[in-house]
Write a protein that binds this ligand. Structure first.
Ligand code: CAP
Ligand code: MG
Ligand code: MG
Length: 507
């Protein structure tokens, strides 16, 4: 090319303002905005009232924020279906009603962001929608109530939720935590080692208590009722409580260690649940030696919050039997393990089952289970989609600051004391674990601040429950001493027997 030509090209190019290359991310954002704005034009007036893609600063404290995965049904486009969900989960129904008022419209939930590639929609819920005395059942009735049954969607899964500080001030959060449990047991820097009595059902109260004793004398810390334990005729509740007390006293005396039993207080009605709690509290157990287990999904959120508000000095153990209907990853309709765990913490559960991240027998992915476990046990917690700072301390609230500072001594995660840490809720890791899986799970979890409860993992041990407990204790010792269990097993026979037994493929 001759020189002039190249020169003129050069001059020419100098005059053209070099367009900064649009980054890929901005490009997609731009595209999304364009297509989003196109979709806005397809909304009818009713749907429009539940969408505001220009919502300024959704984290301004006026809104609880949700992010859903959504696939539209009934030949609606993504934004139309999102608007319908936003309406049904706040003030609306499927038609505009003449009875709405300027004030009621202010309570409309608002679709404020969409991601058309990933089928994600973010919805802001004015916090004044909710029961002002801190009611988890009420929130869930809105956001994962009728919405899950709407024809306008064929998939709707609540993936994460963010609570504004002011809203959190209304919620109890945990009171008695794993830190209190550690203090009671004198157990630090390792998981609290627990079991569930098996068979799941069918032992008499004395047989049941016998197995508790066997586990405790093997060195285990914590025994829980299984999730269906109630007042069965062959194991009357008050008899079970009585026998457990005797077994615990015997085990404490023989081992010199404190022990804990988590009693399932789920019941057909409120009075019976309270009756069961009071039976335990008047059976002579010292404070800290018992926990209240509640089947949070089948007994319900009201039961969880009742226990938290009535018994702030007791560890409230949230069992999540039934959660799979909402959380299994192959289930397109429901909510995530993270969402369940965040609400369990908000409701005041001291601990909630968060799954074994695929290491045990239950379905669950490391990403999902571990995100949930990390999130609820951290003060500054990262959700999937939201930075979840649990709540802002009202500056004048000196007690809360004091609580923070005491908490901080036990929690190494408080980044700054600006944030009031709603106390942590501890992950309870169960479901198909056995001593050989303790280290693999801790490696995935990246910390040991949890309770593990192994049922078959103890009671299937070829030499019985006490040996099973010993194998669990030995596997934990090996972990803390950073010795591979195979090596440690050379001098610890119960662990060796467990490795041999559990490494065989289940028949
Ligand atoms: C475990 C368990 C737990 C489930 C709960 C059971 O027994 O007692 O209820 O693990 O699952 O009944 O299966 P095993 P998750 O130790 O014998 O499996 O913790 O995932 O909610
Ligand atoms: Mg169970
Ligand atoms: Mg099971």
């Amino acid at each position: 090319m001759n020189k002039n030509k190249s020169k003129s090209v050069k001059i020419k190019s100098k005059n053209i303002k070099k367009k900064k290359p649009v980054s890929k991310k901005n490009k997609t954002n731009k595209q999304t905005m364009n297509s989003a704005n196109k979709l806005v034009r397809t909304l009818n007036s009713h749907q429009l009232a539940y969408v505001n893609l220009d919502l300024k600063d959704p984290q301004n404290g006026e809104y609880m924020l949700c992010v859903f995965h959504l696939i539209p049904g009934k030949n609606l486009n993504f934004l139309q279906a999102s608007a319908e969900v936003s309406a049904e989960s706040s003030t609306g129904t499927n038609f505009p009603v003449l009875t709405e008022t300027p004030f009621s419209k202010k309570l409309n939930a608002l679709v404020y962001k969409i991601d058309l590639k990933k089928n994600l929609v973010w919805i802001a819920y004015p916090t004044r929608l909710f029961d002002r005395i801190g009611n988890v059942q009420n929130i869930l009735t809105y956001i994962v109530g009728n919405t899950l049954g709407m024809k306008e969607i064929i998939a709707l899964k609540l993936l994460d939720v963010w609570f504004p500080p002011a809203m959190l001030e209304q919620y109890d959060g945990p009171s008695y935590t794993i830190d209190d449990m550690r203090k009671y047991l004198g157990v630090y820097n390792r998981p609290i080692l627990g079991t569930i009595i098996k068979p799941k059902m069918g032992l008499t109260s004395s047989e049941y208590a016998e197995v508790c004793y066997d586990f405790w004398v093997g060195g285990g810390d914590f025994v829980k009722n299984d999730e269906p334990q109630a007042n069965q005729d062959f194991c009357p509740y008050e008899k079970m409580v009585e026998h457990v007390k005797k077994a615990m006293d015997k085990a404490v005396k023989e081992t010199g260690q404190k022990k804990i039993h988590s009693f399932n207080v789920s019941a057909p009605d409120y009075d019976t649940m309270i009756q069961r709690c009071e039976m335990i509290r008047s059976a002579g157990f010292e404070k800290g030696s018992y926990a209240f287990l509640i089947d949070g999904i089948t007994a319900g959120w009201m039961a969880v919050q009742t226990l938290r508000r009535k018994y702030p000095d007791v560890f409230i153990h949230f069992h999540r039997a039934g959660h799979g209907a909402f959380t299994r990853k192959e289930n397109p309709i429901g909510y995530s393990v993270l969402v369940l765990s965040k609400f369990a913490r908000l409701a005041g559960a001291s601990g909630v089952h968060t799954g074994t991240a695929g290491v045990g027998k239950m379905s669950g992915t490391p990403e999902e289970d571990i995100t949930a476990a990390q999130n609820i046990s951290r003060v500054q917690a990262k959700g999937h989609f939201f930075e979840q700072n649990w709540s802002k301390i009202p500056i004048m609230d000196k007690d809360a600051i004091k609580m923070i500072n005491t908490d901080r001594s036990q929690q190494s995660i408080l980044e700054d004391d600006e944030w009031r840490g709603m106390k942590k809720c501890c992950p309870i890791i169960s479901g198909g674990l056995n001593p050989t899986l303790l280290k693999p799970f801790i490696d995935v979890m990246e910390n040991t601040d949890f309770i593990t409860t192994m049922g078959a993992g103890c009671h299937a041990h070829p030499k019985g429950t006490t040996a099973g407990a010993r194998a669990l204790v030995q596997a934990c010792e090996a972990y803390t001493k950073k010795i591979p269990i195979e090596k440690y097993a050379k001098t610890h026979k119960e662990l060796a027997e467990a490795i041999k037994f559990f490494s065989k493929k289940k028949k």
